[in-house]
Design a protein around this ligand. Structure first.
Ligand SMILES: Cc1cc2nc3c(=O)[nH]c(=O)nc-3n(C[C@H](O)[C@H](O)[C@H](O)COP(=O)(O)OP(=O)(O)OC[C@H]3O[C@@H](n4cnc5c(N)ncnc54)[C@H](O)[C@@H]3O)c2cc1C
Length: 387
């Protein structure tokens, strides 16, 4: 077993961290309250090779492994302290780019991947609906084949990059009689220019404000038959299985970096801030909080990189390990930011010290990509099956 990273891998981390710190962090206090999605930053992420981090070079990507993709995302998270940009990047690369790379036909890869890697195209993933979130297979969006087109009708909800996206991986029911329901769902590549596609309500959020979120409406939306992604009726099962490992490592990695930044900020504050004639970091109560933050973060880091390492090795991480990583990391970042605010006292409650934004951004982590309650259910099933 090898726990270390190579020098080249550490350079990837430092490069992404430095880009985040110098190019993204300086404007986050302006962009966050205005809900600004910054296209210039987006194109620079493309130029840096970050938008196409895991995609093979032949399609315009950087060809990083899953572990290396986590490293650039973690480094970016630490440098940028901007959860919204990291979320937009995750939805684009991991939830849209990776399924096209892994499941797409050669023509689909040639058509979409170079633009997604450069940032010329923006991507998203459409699974959730107004009435189906955790019960994703309960979706109502339907696709019916007519001649050489699929006709999609339905509404998708909470779609990251919805207002700014050009191409979306969209799930829809293609066999309403299938049992289980998941075996009657297919996945399609839908472009914003297709007739019948519309951006509905743009959603105002408490956190992740530098990413955009919207409802997308499909009204007799015409999708060419060659835009079916993967196998008819099994698209959802295969896409969900594929995405699972990637989202439970790479999508979590920026949160690790964000938590690390909050721990470092707290440590500095404990040294600088004096009360009762001495640094507040000399009080055992504050030191123990800092120690617990670091312990929680180190556990999360080990869990996330283990999932990424398993994905690189096997192409398929165990469901329970992935659920443990998702649950612990998302709950860890909320605890870390809450404690960082507490350690900063009144200053922690202001925008200037950056930890309140971290808490607001982290709150979605226990909801998106499977809630904590759903993860605990998966973990419990794994434990019971083991008996
Ligand atoms: C900022 C943001 C961005 C998002 N981006 C995307 C995106 O790009 N694409 C996309 O498809 N979706 C996206 N989502 C949607 C997200 O994946 C869902 O919100 C999530 O799956 C939860 O679904 P829900 O909101 O419908 O909650 P519900 O499923 O209605 O859950 C409500 C509560 O009930 C609990 N619950 C439900 N079922 C069970 C059960 N069986 N056992 C125990 N408890 C249960 C949940 O844990 C939760 O506490 C995004 C959401 C947000 C907030």
């Amino acid at each position: 077993m090898e726990f270390g990273f190579t020098d080249a891998q550490l350079e990837l981390y430092e490069g992404a961290k430095s880009f985040g710190r110098t190019r993204v962090f300086p404007t986050v206090l302006e962009r966050d309250p205005k809900h600004t999605w910054d296209r210039e930053i987006w194109l620079e992420l493309g130029e840096m090779g970050l938008l196409g981090a895991p995609i093979p070079e032949e399609y315009g990507g950087t060809g990083l492994s899953c572990v290396e993709t986590c490293l650039v995302k973690e480094g970016f998270g630490e440098g940028a302290e901007d959860g919204g940009v990291a979320l937009a990047w995750g939805a684009h690369t991991i939830l849209c780019g990776v399924p096209i790379w892994k499941l797409g036909t050669e023509a689909q890869k040639q058509r979409y991947l170079p633009g997604l890697c450069s940032g010329e195209l923006t991507g998203g993933f459409c699974l959730s609906e107004p009435d189906s979130g955790s019960d994703a297979a309960g979706m109502k969006t339907k696709a019916v084949k007519k001649g050489d087109r699929w006709i999609l009708n339905g509404t998708k909800m909470w779609i990251t990059n919805g207002p700014v996206g050009d191409v979306f991986v969209v799930t829809a029911v293609t066999d309403p009689e299938a049992k289980p329901r998941a075996a009657g769902i297919s996945t399609f590549l839908v472009e914003k220019s297709f007739p019948g596609f519309a951006v509905g309500q743009v959603i105002d959020k408490m956190g992740m404000k530098t990413s955009t979120t919207a409802e997308l409406v499909f009204t007799d939306c015409e999708v060419p038959e060659e835009n079916l992604l993967g196998m008819e009726n099994y698209g959802f099962v295969i896409t969900a299985k594929l995405i699972l490992g990637w989202e439970r490592s790479c999508l979590l990695a920026p949160g690790l970096g964000g938590a690390k930044a909050a721990i470092d900020r707290s440590a500095r504050y404990l040294e600088e801030r004096h009360q009762f004639g001495r640094p507040i970091g000399t009080f055992q109560a504050t030191r123990h909080m800092l120690a617990q933050m670091r312990i929680d973060y180190e556990i999360a880091r080990n869990l996330v990189y283990r999932v990424a390492w398993q994905l690189d090795r096997d192409g398929d991480p165990p469901l329970v390990d992935a659920a443990i990583a998702k649950l612990w990391t998302s709950e860890m970042s909320q605890r870390v930011f809450r404690d960082a605010i507490q350690l900063h006292g009144g200053n922690g409650f202001t925008t200037e010290y950056h930890v309140e934004r971290g808490l607001r951004d982290s709150l979605v982590a226990t909801i998106g990509a499977g809630t904590s309650e759903i993860q605990r259910g998966i973990i419990a099933r794994g434990v019971l099956d083991f008996l």
